[in-house]
Design a protein around this ligand. Structure first.
Ligand code: NAI
Ligand code: MG
Length: 500
């Protein structure tokens, strides 16, 4: 059964207040049901009520989507690069026109607050589209000085069909970081949405796809083993780009090795923030809130979740950070006054609660709770995790070593610079780090020695479209964002030699 041939985005059903959404796959420009006809429920984590459903994809749907992408490949690669970029940029500006409807759906399915997270996410995703939209003519090659009688050049070619596997935490931004450089470089794409949050991704992709030839951008929904894995393993998929957990990243890397295809992996983090004694306290406190992504309930791979504060300002820092976090309003994600919404799912909440218990059981650890569960009969309190500062945590505690992916920041004092650098680098991850000081010499030294792919001084920005982003160690492989990502990770280089 087709859900609808030329449906506007996905088909809403029922009166506005109880509206539910039925998200099909997007294959060859059409919204279609799963071949099996099966669907899965998408739940609003703030209320426990169904937002709608999505097509439950399996190997057969993947086959259909990859076939569509493979069929569209040659013609798309033949479109001049600047024109490919222009089409993407047009799609990105149409996303901005639809910001309210997309952001609302994102808030409904993720529990993230509309004002602090969902609306900015749509705008950032569109910005990434517009950034890459202007980079078509940068797919340049080189002239190689080889022999005077020969002309030796390199040219960049698309890789083919790219599989983009998404997580639920910032699905629109992460989708754009993958598909925008892939499409401008002349590849066609199959996106696999996150099972917790497929609908806003579909809605945004549909808006983009309206500006693209059929089959250039396809979207399938479904679970990891049944839908993600066959996509990775498909013989016509030439590249996989993935953001998610470390174990799944490792599985994908192993599968891709069987076909000898390239992968980009953005995995976990446990990013340190080092606050020196001379740091501007107010700036550092604001930086900790931004870095910890408290308004995203801490659900970020880049979260500044290990905060090392010099002992001379430690208590003052803790006190101001707790006071500042307490000012954030926890509530209904759709309410414009809300700063902090809910955790995505019961599974993620269980994980957070495990770490909270661990903190409570660790001697001498202070658990500073910064908020209360909203008292609102329209909400289900189950997935509202309270922001927490966990102070004086021992360095070897799992709280300091494992990614929590929740609103829990570990804060510890330090007094010796060499020791704190060693502690900061003592992690299997290496995604991001920040240093807070007005001493240029110290800042320069720390930035050189910190083992992380994204090191900032006196700020904690998120991913920026034009800055290379990617982790060291178990945080992943390859770079996202920037011109470099498009050239190095979504195109291949061919050398050509001409004799006269
Ligand atoms: P996950 O890694 O299981 O899922 C991410 C995506 O991979 C989803 O689309 C899923 O369907 C897909 N997937 C799962 N198994 C697959 C397989 N065998 N082959 C292909 N695709 C597969 O992450 P999950 O379960 O959502 O979260 C677990 C933990 O992962 C979180 O607590 C957090 O620590 C980390 N995580 C990190 C993210 C990041 O931004 N780096 C984002 C989301 C989660
Ligand atoms: Mg999982």
């Amino acid at each position: 059964m087709m859900i609808a041939d030329n449906a506007d985005l996905i088909q809403p059903a029922g009166p506005e207040e109880t509206q539910t959404f039925a998200g099909g796959h997007l294959i060859e420009g059409q919204i279609v049901s799963a071949i099996s006809g099966r669907t899965f429920a998408v739940i609003n984590p703030a209320t426990g009520v169904e937002v709608g459903s999505a097509a439950l994809g399996d190997v057969h749907d993947v086959e259909r989507a990859v076939a569509a992408a493979a069929k569209a490949r040659q013609a798309w690669a033949a479109v001049p690069a600047r024109e490919r970029g222009a089409k993407l940029a047009r799609g990105a500006s149409r996303m901005i026109e639809k910001v309210e409807v997309i952001a609302r759906l994102l808030a409904l399915e993720t529990g993230k607050a509309i004002r602090t997270e969902c609306r900015p996410e749509v705008m950032t995703a569109a910005d990434i589209g517009s950034f890459y939209g202007g980079l078509g003519s940068e797919l340049k090659g080189e002239t190689l000085p080889f022999r005077p009688d020969l002309l030796s050049i390199t040219v960049r070619e698309p890789l083919g069909v790219v599989a983009a596997i998404l997580p639920w935490n910032v699905p629109l931004v992460l989708m754009m970081l993958k598909i925008a450089p892939a499409l401008v470089a002349g590849n066609t794409v199959v996106v696999k949405t996150a099972e917790e949050a497929p609908l806003a991704t579909l809605m945004a992709a549909r808006v983009l796809a309206e500006e693209l030839p059929a089959g250039v951008l396809n979207v399938v929904h479904g679970f990891g083993p049944d839908c993600g894995q066959p996509l990775v393993e498909h013989p016509l998929v030439a590249k996989v780009t993935f953001t998610g957990s470390q174990p799944v990243g490792e599985t994908i890397y192993a599968s891709a090795a069987q076909k000898l295809i390239p992968v980009s992996l953005e995995l976990g983090g446990k990013s340190p923030m080092i606050v020196m004694s001379d740091a501007d306290l107010a700036k550092a406190v604001a930086g900790a809130i931004a870095g910890m992504r408290f308004t995203r309930q801490g659900q970020s791979c880049t979260a500044a979740s290990r905060i090392y504060v010099h002992e001379t300002i430690y208590e003052a820092f803790l006190e101001s950070l707790a006071a500042a976090v307490r000012k954030l309003k926890i509530g209904n994600p759709l309410d414009e006054a809300t700063d902090i919404g809910t955790i995505i799912s019961r599974d993620q909440m269980d994980r957070i609660e495990h770490f909270v218990r661990l903190g409570q059981e660790t001697p001498n650890v202070r658990m500073i709770v910064c908020g209360t569960v909203p008292d609102d009969k329209n909400l289900d309190p189950a997935l509202f995790a309270l922001p927490m500062l966990v102070a004086d945590v021992p360095e070897d505690s799992p709280l300091m070593r494992e990614e929590i992916f929740g609103p829990i920041a570990c804060v510890v004092p330090w007094n010796d610079y060499e020791d704190v650098l060693k502690a900061a680098n003592d992690s299997e991850f290496g995604l991001a780090a920040s240093v807070w000081t007005n001493d240029l010499t110290k800042a320069l030294d720390a930035t050189r020695r910190l083992n992380a792919g994204y090191v900032q001084v006196n700020q904690n920005l998120t991913i920026q479209p034009n800055l290379s982003y990617g982790g060291f160690g178990k945080s992943g492989l390859g770079k996202e964002a920037s011109l470099e990502a498009m050239l190095e990770h979504f195109s291949r280089k061919k050398t050509i030699v001409f004799a006269g």
